[in-house]
Design a protein around this ligand. Structure first.
Ligand code: ZN
Length: 540
């Protein structure tokens, strides 16, 4: 997609009261590639010649961690620009349960305002209200009042969690168009243009893409358990008007990057006296991973396509003539389909037993205690909640029965109770060495987390029915889901590869070290990374 020249429009830029450190670019670009595991970058990096290759000349941390157990999109994005793990951001899952809610839907979406009339966990009012800590954009504005913060993403939760309260612009794909939760103000011309362009794109059928040569070697159809169609040899052909197939295709990231470029030009980001921040959520890799797995021709085409689009985006930034700093990372990693993993020799890979659904385990326990229906809420792993309406004595019986049932299951790696995790200390040391309990603690919240946390064994995919479109996923407590890359890049500054384990929560304190944004010691979980370009970690 090369749409940005059409999206450019002029606008005035404000004046800052406080000077930016002389060696720091005025434009900060933070890119989150959804489900971009370190494994994926490791595999493709030697073959990529576009944006990833350029970014790879900067400071690269191949062993960065979203260290927590709940490796989902919302918790992951909440770490990137806050400096805090989910235990502190409060974003402990994409969706949690509050069984004391008056509405019939007891689930709560992470980026929803459930107080809004009519809001539900699936048809919700988008809001940052659940995020408990400030983002780097908010801290930047506190130091440089003229600083502007913008988000553009393929998912609302990515845009919301990276920019928090009161950004200047926040646009995300709502399933049909780029939309915002912000009230008032004119719609930028770039957004109007992008929404016309994307509507036209989806209205036309998409012929099959021509795979780059290395992807042809990956083209092999793999049959799936659970009723789904074979995957592995797809080329993203799509009938006219298919929004779901558009979302799970390389064109989606092309549009998101084009809109980001349009807003940078229209708002003249990086051209004022204060540093501006744009956070970009490239979501297609995640949808491609969920729909086709991570090791087929589809993800190969997606990775090469994103590499090209990122290269075009960097070339656009070069043409703007403004100095810029890029940070690229991911909200979590990902795992391939177990059918292909088994073919590759990973004998433990498999699909979850449908009997692990909280409602099924709960129904059995409920019957044994003379209850009507299931006292448990949740999915087949992660946070499991016991109905708050039950008397304390009954809840205790449900808890002990549930812990026993999960622990006895061959696909369960660990079960932690709420009380155990309340009592556990926050993790210390490098994230590669954390125990499963420490990983669970890093995404545990006293109020929002479950009465028990269920961790599945490595390579157990928590999707048993593959007929509904999603065949692979993330969300485990293991390194294929926890390990992501972090790349710091600014043009003309060569960096190096740093092999020690770091965390995505280190990004915000590192940016704070570049822009002299004060952070009190211990205020955030992350630490300033001294290998990043022109950073002063002294006071962080
Ligand atoms: Zn994600």
């Amino acid at each position: 997609m090369r749409l940005w020249p059409a999206l450019i429009l002029a606008a005035a830029s404000p004046v800052s009261a406080q000077p930016v450190p002389a060696d720091q670019p005025k434009l900060i670009v933070v890119i989150s590639v959804d489900q971009f595991s370190a494994d994926l970058l490791d595999e493709y990096r030697p073959m990529l010649r576009g944006g990833f290759a350029r970014l790879g000349t900067g400071t690269v941390y191949p062993h960065a961690y979203q260290g927590h157990a709940a490796t989902e999109t919302c918790p992951g994005h909440s770490t990137i620009l806050t400096g805090d793990r989910p235990a502190r951001t409060g974003i402990i899952a994409n969706t949690w349960y509050d069984t004391s809610q008056k509405r019939s839907d007891k689930a709560v979406y992470c980026a929803e305002d459930e107080r809004a009339p009519g809001s539900s966990s699936t048809a919700y009012n988008v809001s940052p209200m659940h995020l408990r800590v400030p983002t780097f954009g908010e801290r930047l504005k506190a130091v440089y009042p003229a600083s502007r913060t913008v988000a553009v993403a393929g998912k609302d939760r990515a845009a919301v969690m990276m920019t928090g309260q009161r950004p200047d612009q926040r646009w995300y794909w709502d399933g049909k168009k780029y939309a915002t939760d912000l009230k008032g103000g004119p719609i930028p011309q770039s957004v109007v243009s992008a929404n016309i362009a994307v509507a036209n794109l989806i209205a036309a059928p998409q012929p099959a893409l021509e795979p780059p040569a290395p992807c042809l070697a990956k083209s092999r159809p793999v049959s799936l358990q659970g009723g789904g169609q074979p995957v592995g040899a797809g080329r993203f052909e799509r009938p006219a008007g298919d929004y779901m197939k558009f979302r799970a295709s390389p064109a989606f990231d092309g549009m998101t990057l084009a809109l980001a470029a349009g807003l940078i030009a229209e708002m003249k980001l990086g051209q004022g006296a204060a540093p501006d921040l744009i956070a970009i959520g490239a979501s297609a890799t995640d949808y491609v991973g969920h729909t086709y797995g991570t090791e087929g021709q589809e993800m190969c085409i997606q990775t090469f396509s994103l590499d090209r689009d990122l290269g075009d985006f960097l070339a656009f930034l070069d043409r703007q003539g403004t100095a810029y700093q890029v940070v690229l990372t991911a909200d979590h990693g990902g795992n391939d389909i177990p059918e292909r993993e088994r073919d590759a020799g990973l004998a433990d890979a498999g699909r979850v037993d449908p009997g692990l659904e909280a409602s099924k385990i709960g129904t059995t326990i409920g019957a044994s205690l003379g209850l009507v229906g299931s006292p448990l809420y949740g999915s087949s792993f992660g946070d499991v909640y016991i109905d708050k309406a039950l008397p304390a004595g009954v809840r205790a019986k449900v808890l002990s029965a549930a812990v026993a049932a999960y622990r006895a299951h061959r696909q369960v790696a660990a079960v932690f109770t709420h009380a155990e995790l309340v009592a556990a200390p926050a993790p210390t040391g490098t994230p590669d060495a954390w125990t499963l309990k420490q990983r669970a603690k890093a995404s545990f919240d006293d109020v929002r987390s479950g009465d028990l946390i269920v961790l599945l064994r490595s390579r157990i995919t928590p999707i048993s029915d593959t007929s509904r479109g999603f065949v692979a996923t993330h969300g485990s407590a293991f390194d294929y889901d926890r390990r992501v890359p972090i790349l710091f890049y600014r043009p003309g500054v060569n960096g190096r590869t740093v092999d020690r384990p770091v965390e995505t929560v280190d990004i915000a304190p590192t940016l704070a070290g570049m822009y002299r944004v004060p952070l009190v010691k211990g205020e955030v979980d992350g630490r300033c990374l001294p290998e990043a370009p022109a950073v002063d970690c002294q006071t962080r």
